[in-house]
Design a protein around this ligand. Structure first.
Ligand code: ATP
Ligand code: MG
Length: 604
């Protein structure tokens, strides 16, 4: 819905993300935050590039530098002759070992970078003290120790950021302790040459060593914090994304559920509502408008008291049926209202869930009506049957009496009056039997349009000039199975009713259309059908009378003008022919009577 931002929409702050996660628990797509963060931390530590190099390139870079260093070192010591045989061999051995590590990394199926890294680190953490000790043993010159001491520092930094776990810790300790041990060994081994200047240098080296380790630690914890923050940001981003998806899924469900959903704020205004509600009210957006505006008078008056009861906890929900009129359609809505107490940053209000029960109510009414008509039909049929037996006796006796008395006697005249009344009674009984669908029918397979065409003259004869009779007959020559005489009598009944509803002037339209069954449907009534409609532009029928017009003897006409049997006869005939009849009317606009007959494809 345009402009609608739910009060609980996404917030980018960490706290916001946490509370959102709780709210989306129903969709359970966000995993436990602790685990998430650990995984993300590890990922970002592994992924964190150093000088734009990934871990494999970094090891390679380090090893190449080491190879160059040891090769140059070897060449220099050999050239200057400053190192002994063992030291020279160790430097050469180092160059070979480093070359092997490089090969392991670059060969066609290389060893994993992590493995080469830990092997190389272990090698150097053992190699450096070893060669340092050899240097101490071979010379008292402190400068001889320096090339090996310096190697510790890049190695220490490399190992700190790349070797994790127990091995990482061990290597770190070896590299922190290595220079100290070498210095101590040097001091003990060459105490005789220790001059104050040299001691000062050693002292400065120890201070620098300590400062370097502290600095490195700081750097590591900064990197850790950075990784942590990055992991957290990623987690929040993932949470927000999941939440956004959940929210759009929820909104989709909300808008397409066919239910009217919404919330009323504490001031009684609509805070939000889905499109279904807006569609019902037909008043454009109802957001921010007082909710009572869309209620009917009756519910508007009782609304404040009900809300008080709800807020006071006296009732768990407010529930009622109400009607809205929009686009000329009256809908019956069933609504339930629940209290939503404020939580955290979310304001409280009243949530409502509503559904349109117009169709349900209409179906109910139709069912009740057809049950009523069935019961009435059975009753009428029973009475008519017994009455018919009595009339047969009466008519037979009147006939016998007629023959006993001579022509033009008063007795014969009385017998003829009895006979006449008996025949009128028999007519009435026939009508009642038609209504109760017990009439003897002589059905034929015939086109409804042709039947209407054949009846036009007869129908017109009963209509004044002020009433126009139009036809629209297009049944594609589909056949229906009906008694032609009864069909004509039904049309006559309907046009007479239409005529009576248009005392001044008006128009009657008889329409016949062929209605093809929708795909998937079968059976006679829901299959192909022929629909015959008689419409007029008369005064219409008030809703309270509409439900009763098919009842026998229901009439609004004076006694001499109507018996109230016309529509009951039509009803009985249509039903007995396997069809259906419906009447729609609007006061002041007119009435449509729609008869539906199943298409007949057999032969009679
Ligand atoms: N086309 C119509 N327009 C307005 N009201 C109608 C129409 N058709 C039926 N009615 C109402 O329904 C009532 C019942 O109709 P129905 O045909 O059963 O009896 P009737 O016309 O009163 O008498 P009868 O047909 O037996 O002479 C009518 O009295 C009238 O109030
Ligand atoms: Mg009538």
């Amino acid at each position: 819905m345009a402009g609608w931002t739910p009060a609980w929409s996404c917030s980018a702050s960490p706290t916001g993300a946490r509370s959102l996660r709780q709210k989306s628990a129903g969709f359970s797509t966000v995993t436990a935050s602790g685990d998430n963060r650990r995984v993300a931390q590890q990922q970002s530590r592994r992924r964190a590039p150093f000088l734009g190099l990934d871990s494999r390139e970094m090891i390679l870079f380090g090893l190449v530098v080491a190879l160059l260093g040891s090769t140059v070192g070897y060449v220099l010591t050999a050239w200057l002759g400053s190192a002994g045989v063992v030291e020279g061999a160790l430097i050469a051995g180092c160059a070979v070992a480093v070359a092997v590590f490089i090969l392991l990394l670059v060969k066609p199926s290389p060893m994993p970078a992590k493995k080469v890294s830990s092997h190389a680190s272990l090698f150097f953490s053992l190699y450096l003290p070893a060669i340092g000790l050899v240097a101490i043993a071979s010379s008292s010159d402190f400068a001889r120790l320096l090339p090996y001491l310096f190697w510790y520092y890049p190695l220490l930094a490399y190992s700190k950021f790349n070797n994790v776990g127990k091995l990482g810790e061990l290597l770190e300790r070896l590299m922190i302790g290595g220079p100290i041990i070498l210095l101590l060994v040097y001091i003990v081994a060459h105490s005789e040459v220790l001059e104050p200047d040299l001691l000062g240098i050693i002292w400065a080296a120890v201070v620098a060593h300590t400062a370097y380790i502290i600095l490195l630690d700081r750097l590591a914890s900064y990197r850790e914090a950075l990784a942590d923050a990055r992991a957290r940001a990623e987690e929040i981003q993932r949470g927000a994304e999941t939440l956004r998806q959940n929210e759009s899924r929820f909104l989709k469900v909300m808008h397409e559920a066919g239910l009217g959903l919404g919330m009323i704020d504490m001031d009684g205004r609509v805070a939000w509502a889905n499109d279904t509600v807006t569609g019902w009210t037909g008043q454009g957006t109802i957001i921010s408008r007082p909710f009572t505006e869309i209620l009917s008078d009756q519910h508007r008056q009782s609304w404040p008291a009900q809300v008080r009861l709800l807020q006071g906890g006296d009732i768990p929900r407010i529930q009622f049926e109400w009607t809205v009129e929009a686009q000329g359609r009256r809908r019956i809505i069933e609504s339930s209202f629940f209290l939503a107490r404020p939580t955290g940053t979310l304001p409280g209000g009243i949530i409502f869930i509503s559904r349109d029960i117009t169709d349900v109510r209409e179906l109910d009414a139709q069912l009740r009506q057809s049950q009523r008509m069935d019961a009435l039909g059975r009753l009428t049929g029973g009475i008519a049957h017994d009455f018919n037996n009595l009339l047969t006796v009466m008519l037979g006796s009147a006939e016998a009496l007629k023959h006993r008395f001579g022509q033009e006697t008063e007795e014969r005249e009385l017998a003829e009056i009895i006979e006449e009344a008996g025949e009128r009674g028999a007519d009435l009984v026939r009508h009642l039997l038609t209504f109760s669908q017990k009439q003897m029918l002589r059905p034929q397979s015939i086109s409804a349009a042709s039947l209407v065409r054949a009846s036009i003259l007869l129908l017109k004869r009963g209509l004044p000039e002020s009433i126009e009779l139009l036809t629209n007959l297009d049944d594609g020559d589909w056949q229906i199975l009906v008694d032609p005489a009864q069909f004509e009598s039904a049309l006559l009944n309907l046009t007479v009713n239409a005529r009576d509803a248009m005392p001044a002037s008006g128009r009657i339209t008889i329409t016949v259309v062929a209605l093809r069954a929708k795909a998937g449907e079968s059976g006679s009534v829901s299959g192909d059908q022929v629909v015959v409609t008689v419409s007029d532009t008369g005064e219409g029928i008030p809703p309270e009378q509409l439900a009763r017009v098919f009842e026998p003897f229901f009439t609004t006409k004076p006694a001499e003008k109507g018996t109230g049997l016309g529509l009951s006869i039509v009803y009985g005939f249509v039903k007995q022919s396997g069809g259906d009849i419906q009447i729609r009317s609007k006061v002041g606009e007119g009435t449509d009577v729609r008869m539906t007959f199943p298409r007949y494809c057999g032969h009679i």
